[in-house]
Design a protein around this ligand. Sequence first.
Ligand SMILES: [Zn+2]
Length: 324
Amino acid sequence: MRGCGDTGIRGDGGAAVTAPPRVRPRDAATPERQVRVGAVTIIPLLQLHYRVHPLRFFPDLDLAAIDPDAWYWRPPYTEDGFLVIDMGGFLVRTPDRNILVDAGVGNGKQRPNALFTGRDDDWFAVLRRAGTAPDEIDTVVFTHLHVDHVGYATHFDGTAWVPAFPNARFLTTAAELEHWIGGAAAGDRARLGEYIDDSVLPLRDAGVLELVEPDLRISPEVRLLPAAGHTPGNVCVEVDSDGRRAVFAGDMVHHALQLAFPDRSTDFCVDRRGASTARLDLLRGIADRDVLLFPAHFPNSTPGRVVTDPAGGYRYEMVEGDPL
Ligand SMILES: [Zn+2]
């Protein structure tokens, strides 16, 4: 077993050296990539690299039973025994729409998690380099309303948090909003922070938050797919264009470990059993087919194809795409 609880790494002389930081900005020198799905162009908008101890996500994981050489336990899926959980969102450009799928942790927000608080990342610069200005975004889809998916939806204008995309409608489901503003989520809000107040309610107050059906068609190429479980109103986003398909899975697959063991949900899943069922349904539906999966948190937001692993579960074949 690799030293999963060990935050130090050893240099050549055997002396402990400082481990890489638990969170670090996107590497500005790394060129952005784009992936074409028929007539649709998808550009990962990475905000930051985040590493988390496996037991924080999977508290009942038996670390001693994990094969340290397993594909999902090696880089880029882990670093120094920590899970790599990168964060950001995706720009989806169709022939007539500019859609954002999820909106990262955001900048300048106060959070209980010190790694998320007061960030100042260049996420909007990535968006502009992709050729799209914030006022050209017409739709923002939240796969769900967790803290790391709604951050850039608002920015502080000097007096209040306001929508960061002035010409966009912001889409979530009624079940999702009701969960997060109701009493059922009090425990989660206590550990994640009152982020709904600064990142979601300002959208509602501005009249731009739309509560939509979980199977809404957004454009001829893009529609939502119901996928409750991780959260009560969780959705996937499907792209289907010129016979090519892609699915944005949000947090239905947080980490590659869940491809190898699809029934394993995280400590952040509101309904673990429901999340497991939804994950299995999704993976069965796309495995061994020409369908690209875009998980929200894979290394460098890299999409891939899901293939059946003869040893059990599934594997991931990364698709790097083309330089922007
Ligand atoms: Zn997430």
